[in-house]
Design a protein around this ligand. Structure first.
Ligand code: FAD
Ligand code: NAD
Length: 469
């Protein structure tokens, strides 16, 4: 049986793009439905991305702190034990709480939540194959029509050819968020965000972690000096790095996994207990009927949109990981608000120059705006101010001396271009820099802002003051 429903807006996907869009649309008075194929709301971010990874980073950070770094503060702890099952249960509870909050919030705003797999049909129609246990699922398929459709179906882990995930010994990020025991040794293919964050989690919990990265630096998009400092710090924590190394083959041989990699020295094989493959993510464009709707993809396989987030098909919009740009939750949410506001005739837009990136390792690395390398490549004349945390009173009190703040400003105008931080609380400190970049401020504006003492933020103020001729 087929049921027909009509909405002002149908959102496909309930990740940080989709659920934020549905909420904003309802606030603006649109009759809105949000279709999600998973039984839980929140998408990758809440279920198997940002949130569970940060929960494990926080827990493993406390464990390794108790084991290794409290002694420097005069605190001796004997018999620190790991209860991995409890740590995982806590992570799962954090996820459950947040996914339920999303459902409560959308219900409160009057958004209709439909659990099923959506597929575009020609015209502004969506066919939904309902999840068997959904309310009203007796009608296995629903046909929904809408004035507008927003695609926010996100992305999935990319596979390396010839290295299929088996979910046990060769896993993607979701697998590495739920190991049932600490692997004796873990090879991580890819030294990007996931490799560094989840590699850190398991290294802190006692695994011998080797990161194999095909580029000459880890966290490839980050400032070169930040990347080198991060690698040194992580190496001190026991993580081994093989740069300029491309993994070509992974084979399970009885209890071990053999990882074959090539670099300038030739071919080498590492034997380990488990392998995490974290080589990027692919947009989920297949199987949503883009061809029915006549939606065009770019060379990167992502949906092309205009400045209002409308695709090549009138009335169909797209946001988040499925369109160009960094695959980040806050970018997806910002696009969600902007897209819905454009639909409502409001001036919605996203300032892509002020999208922050953070790697939540210890030390944290956080960045907004172009790197020094990018400015040199574009031949932009710039000033640079750098302030090391070893000179910060607050960092000395905390015993967190690794890292620095780098501020880059335009030589002629003084305008703040980029800020790159590696060190304690970088993920929080960067917000001030993002605000300043977004407002078109000069580096001097931060330099002249009196920061509390002693705070980590003073390092940003000092670097900003130093970013002048
Ligand atoms: P998604 O979150 O992928 O949501 C898409 C939703 O659409 C999913 O729920 C999916 O089930 C649903 N869907 C797909 N197809 C259909 C269909 N046909 N019908 C119905 N529903 C469908 N980003 C950060 O900013 N900070 C972080 O710290 C961070 N950490 C991460 C850690 C990990 C391990 C991973 C994997 C990612 C992390 N990210 C982080 C990236 C972030 O999770 C994504 O950028 C973000 O979730 C993208 O949001 P989205 O709404 O575009 O898509
Ligand atoms: P990534 O793009 O950050 O890093 C992938 C790395 O794998 C790259 O450095 C690449 O050079 C390397 N690589 C590719 N093929 C290889 C091979 N055969 N051998 C060795 N190295 C190889 O991707 P990711 O770490 O998988 O994360 C996916 C995305 O999820 C990120 O780009 C980011 O957008 C998002 N994410 C964000 C956060 C955060 O904001 N803190 C955390 C996790 C994930």
């Amino acid at each position: 049986m087929t049921v027909k429903d009509k909405y002002d807006l149908v959102v496909i996907g309930a990740g940080p793009g989709g659920y934020v869009a549905a909420a904003r649309a309802a606030q603006l008075g649109m009759k809105t439905a949000c279709i999600e194929k998973d039984d839980r709301m929140g998408g990758v971010c809440l279920n198997c991305g940002c949130i569970p990874s940060k929960a494990l980073l926080d827990s493993s950070g406390k464990y390794s702190g108790a084991k290794n770094s409290f002694a420097g503060h005069g605190i001796k702890i004997k018999g620190v034990d790991l209860d991995l099952a409890a740590m995982m249960a806590r992570k799962d509870a954090v996820v459950t709480g947040l996914t339920q909050n999303v459902r409560t919030m959308l219900n409160g705003l009057g958004v209709t939540i439909i659990h099923g797999t959506a597929r575009l049909k020609s015209g502004l129609k969506v066919e939904v194959v309902m999840n068997p246990e959904s309310p009203g699922a007796k009608a296995q398929k629903k046909l929904i029509t809408a004035d507008r459709i927003l695609i926010a179906t996100g992305s999935a882990p990319a596979e390396v050819e010839g290295i299929p995930f088996d979910g046990k010994k060769i896993v993607d990020s979701t697998g590495a968020l739920s190991f049932d025991r600490v692997p004796g040794s873990l090879a991580v293919v890819g030294g990007g965000y996931i490799g560094l964050e989840l590699g850190s989690v398991w290294a802190r919990l006692g695994s011998r972690v080797t990161v194999l990265e095909m580029l000459p630096q880890i966290a490839g998009a980050m400032d070169g000096q930040v990347s080198r400092t991060l690698m040194r710090s992580l190496a001190k924590q026991g993580i081994e790095f093989m740069l300029n190394t491309r993994v070509s083959k992974v084979e399970v041989k009885r209890t071990k996994v053999w990882v074959t990699a090539q670099n300038r020295a030739g071919e080498s094989t590492i034997k380990c207990d488990r392998v995490l493959v974290a080589v990027g993510r692919r947009p989920l464009t297949k199987e949503i009927g883009l061809d029915h709707a006549g939606i065009k993809l770019g060379g990167d396989g992502r949906i092309i949109v205009d400045e209002t987030f409308q695709t090549s098909a009138k009335g169909i919009y797209a946001i988040g990981d499925i369109i160009a740009g960094p695959m980040l939750a806050h970018k997806a949410s910002a696009e969600a608000r902007a897209a819905v506001e454009c639909m409502a005739g409001l001036p919605g837009e996203v300032n892509y120059d002020a999208i922050v990136s953070v790697v939540y390792t210890k030390p944290e690395a956080a960045s907004v705006g172009p790197t020094e390398e990018a400015l040199r490549k574009k031949k932009v004349d710039f000033c640079k101010g750098v302030y090391p945390f070893s000179a910060s009173g607050r960092a000395r009190c905390a015993g967190d001396l690794d890292g620095f703040v780098k501020v880059l400003s335009h030589k002629k105008t003084g305008r703040l271009l980029g800020v790159h931080i590696i060190g304690p609380s970088a993920s929080e400190m960067i917000a001030e820099a993002v605000f300043a970049v977004n407002m078109g401020a000069a580096a001097e504006d931060i330099g002249l802002t009196v920061h509390g003492h002693p705070t980590f933020g003073e390092a940003l103020q000092e670097a900003a003051m130093a970013a002048r001729d």
